[in-house]
Design a binder for this molecule. Sequence first.
Ligand code: PLP
Length: 395
Amino acid sequence: MISSILPTYTRAPLNFVKGEGSWLIEADGRRFLDLGSGIAVNSLGHAHPALIEALTSQAQNLWHVSNLYEIPQQQALADKLVAETFADTVFFTNSGTEACELAVKMARKYHYEAGHPDRIEILTFEGSFHGRSSAGIAAAGSEKMTKGFGPLLPGFVHLPWNDLDAVEAAIDEKTAAILVEPVQGEGGIRPMPDQNLKELRALCDAHGILLILDEVQCGVGRTGRLFAHEWAGITPDIMMVAKGIGGGFPLGAVLATERAASGMTAGTHGSTYGGNPLGCAVGNAVMEIVTGPDFLDDVNRKAGLLRQKLEGVVASHPEVFEEVRGAGLMLGLKCKALNTDVVKAGYDAEIAMVPAADNVIRLLPALTISEAEIEEACSRIDAAATSVETASAPA
Ligand SMILES: *Cc1c(COP(=O)(O)O)cnc(C)c1O
C-alpha cells in the first residue's frame, strides 16, 4: 500500500525534533552534527536567535497580504539585494524552482520585446539542477528527472560541463541565454573555473545573449562571497536565489539588471505568497547577518580550516575517498566507496551529510559553524570512513 506521504524520497530513519546551531537532536536524544543544513538552507544554523526574533515578531503583526499591496519588508529586502549585488530589481518567490521559472520567462521575454521572438533557446549543462518544475527538468535534461513526464518544455540545449568549445558551437540566432550554476550542487559539487565563467560572460556579450546564474545552492555567503560569481569578477544578467536566503523559511528570488528585466511589466508574472511579510522579515535578518562586518571573512577562514582537515581525512582513507573539491563551505568528498554507504556510516557516527551525483558527499555546514565543530565533524567523518573500511575488509 502506498505510504500516506507520496514516496518520492528515500528517507533515513532519523527523526530530528530540535535544532541548535550546527546540531540536530534526535527523538532518542542523540546529538548529530549537521553538515547538510537541510541542503544548504539553514545558512545560519538552527534556531538562530535573530531569525527567531524576526519570525516571531513579524508573526504577531502580519503574515500575509498578497502583492496587491505595498510590503515594506519586501521593499527593504529588495533594496538590500540591489545595494549588495549587480541587480537593479528583484522578484521574490517561494523556492528555487519558482525562481527558475521566472528566469526562463524573463530571458525569453527580453528577446521578444527586443524584436527577436525566435530567440528562445537556453544553453544548459550536463549535471545541472534547476528544480523539478517542467522548465526546471527540461533545463537540466537528465533522464532521471524527465523520463515518463511527457513532452518537455522545448527550447533547452544541453551541453557538456566545462566545454567552452561546445558552448561556442551551440550558439546561433535562436540562443536567448546561458544558464549555469557557478558551483554545481546536486551534480556533485563541481565548481566552474573562474576563467570559464569569464569566457561565458564574454560569449554572452559578444552574441547579445543573457547570462543566467543559478545561485540557489551556492549563493548567500556559501562560497565565502555573498554570491559565488563574485570570485570570477563577473556579473550575470539574471540570477536565481533561494535556499540560504530564507535560513529555513521558504524564500527565493530572481535578481536582474534593468535591461534583462525590461519585458516584465505589470501583469506579466506573479506569485501569491512570493515576498510576503513573514518570509521577507526572515530574509532581511539573514541578509543583515551575512553582509555584516567580518561575517564572510569568518566563513573563508573556517572554509580553509574545514578543507585542510578534510584533505587530511581523505589522505588517511584512500580506499574510501578520492578528493575534496568545491568552494568555501560548499565542499564535496568524491568517494571511491559508495557515497551512500559513507553517509550511512556517518549517521552511526552522529553526523548528517548529503549525497550528490558523481558519487560525491556534500558538506554544507551552517555558515556559523565553529572551529571546534569543524574539528569534531572531521573526526566523525574519519570514524565513518574507518567503519566503511572495516565493513568492506576481506574476512
Ligand atoms: C535546490 C536547487 C534548486 C531548486 O530549488 P527548490 O527550492 O528545491 O525549488 C534549483 N537550483 C539549484 C542549483 C538548487 O540547488
